[in-house]
Design a protein around this ligand. Structure first.
Ligand code: FAD
Length: 378
């Protein structure tokens, strides 16, 4: 029997998850194209802890809640009996700080209510500075924080490398190439690169902020805009940070410890920079300075060892979307995952894979309507 040819454009967390899942299917031949430039996933040192957000959008909350719950299940499947590497994903818990202690109590109430339908939040309690110090010996602050044991951190780059490697092992083709254009012949989508034009049975566009580049030439109006995110990495010499929780101070800058004293600090949210990826060291030094108040001198004097920059994708109302592209047979897309795309990515990749396989989807498409963001001008 001839295999159905499936292509995925975009090898961030969404496309790589879909490629992994679809490459398990013996009836499909899967090809993943990824240029890799500006990728949000590889830049992200990601926090998976959506439950304590004050954002009230119920559909968004459902997506990130179920996305967070899906992670351990998905990665256990990917690892097939081998332990999930801590470099990729580690459920270390999160510590959320608020300047006003009353706000911590409010959040605890919200969290306890949400835990009724999200037991994966795990233990939830306000920790005193002394209790925080037991988890993070370099903490010298005097503030309490809300502890959520189920929170996790993910290194986006390691995650996509793992998923793409597994997809290739399962028979997927990986092309580190830019898809110049998408064209259509009858009901067949065609992907055109500088090397060749290839016709597929079905195509997934998981290209995040770059979606307009592929759809606008086909006369679509696409409501997607780029947001620049930068972060930096410090190294704490002779310090074991592997199981430190993620630290979320008030404001936008979070502290995300990884193993071997490696700690990531970020990220910026810059709406006026387009697809610019240049590192602004002055801005990042200010961010670092703000982040390390409340920690010992050892933390403050740590050396910066790396910088990262990437692009997030947003819609005008900050809502995500996914589904079949309207009026374009056999083409599916997802985008607009914004600053919680690493949390939702594997689940959204699964939904796209389910669409390719004509299976019921894990999230209801009507709650994330693609038609609101992609409209044919014809
Ligand atoms: C600094 C930073 C920190 C973040 N922190 C968090 C966090 O803590 N928690 C969280 O949940 N989320 C976080 N995010 C958001 C999250 O990383 C993104 O929402 C998510 O990774 C988007 O995944 P994606 O697969 O949709 O897109 P991307 O990861 O952006 O991947 C899209 C890929 O498509 C490729 N591509 C585009 N056009 C083409 C083409 N024509 N041909 C071939 N390839 C193409 C790109 O090169 C790219 O590799 C962060 C983002 C940034 C930038």
């Amino acid at each position: 029997m001839q295999k159905k040819k499936i292509a995925i454009v975009g090898g961030g967390v969404v496309g790589a998850s879909a490629a992994y899942l679809l490459s398990k299917e013996p009836t499909l031949e899967v090809t993943l194209y990824d240029e890799g430039v500006g990728q949000g996933t590889s830049a992200a040192a990601g926090i998976i802890s959506p439950w304590l957000s004050k954002r009230r959008n119920k559909k968004w909350y459902r997506m990130v809640k179920e996305g967070a719950a899906f992670y351990p299940e998905f990665l256990s499947e990917v690892m097939n009996g081998v332990a999930i590497p801590k470099t990729v994903y580690n459920q270390v818990g999160t510590l959320l700080f608020k300047n006003n202690p009353e706000h911590l109590k409010d959040l605890l109430k919200i969290g306890l209510k949400r835990r009724e339908s999200a037991p994966e939040i795990g233990e939830l309690k306000i920790l005193s500075p002394e209790e925080i110090k037991k988890k993070i010996p370099l903490y010298t602050g005097i503030e309490s924080a809300l502890w959520a044991a189920g929170g996790a951190r993910v290194d986006g780059k390691y995650l996509v490398d793992l998923l793409i490697q597994k997809a290739i092992t399962q028979g997927a083709h990986f092309k580190k190439e830019h898809v110049e254009t998408l064209t259509v012949k009858g009901h067949h989508p065609i992907l055109n690169t500088i090397h060749q034009n290839t016709q597929y049975d079905k195509v997934i566009l998981a290209v995040a902020a770059w979606l307009p580049n592929l759809l606008e030439p086909l006369e679509y109006k696409v409501d997607i805009r780029p947001q620049k995110g930068q972060l930096l990495e410090i190294e704490l010499k002779n310090t074991i940070t592997t199981n430190w929780p993620v630290i979320m101070p008030e404001g936008e800058t979070d502290i995300i410890p990884f193993e071997n004293g490696r700690v990531i600090i970020g990220a910026t949210h810059e709406n006026d920079k387009g697809f610019d990826l240049e590192i602004d060291k002055v801005q990042l030094t200010h961010m670092l300075h703000d982040a390390v108040t409340g920690f010992s001198d050892h933390f403050k004097q740590a050396s910066v060892v790396n910088y990262r920059s990437g692009t997030r994708a947003y819609t005008s109302d900050f809502a995500p979307f996914f589904g079949p592209v309207p009026e374009l047979s056999n083409v599916y897309a997802a985008s607009g995952l914004g600053s919680t795309g690493l949390t939702a990515g594997p689940l959204v990749g699964k939904v796209l894979a389910q669409l390719i396989l004509d299976k019921p989807t894990s999230l209801p498409l009507e709650d994330y309507p693609i038609r609101n963001y992609i409209q044919s001008k014809k």
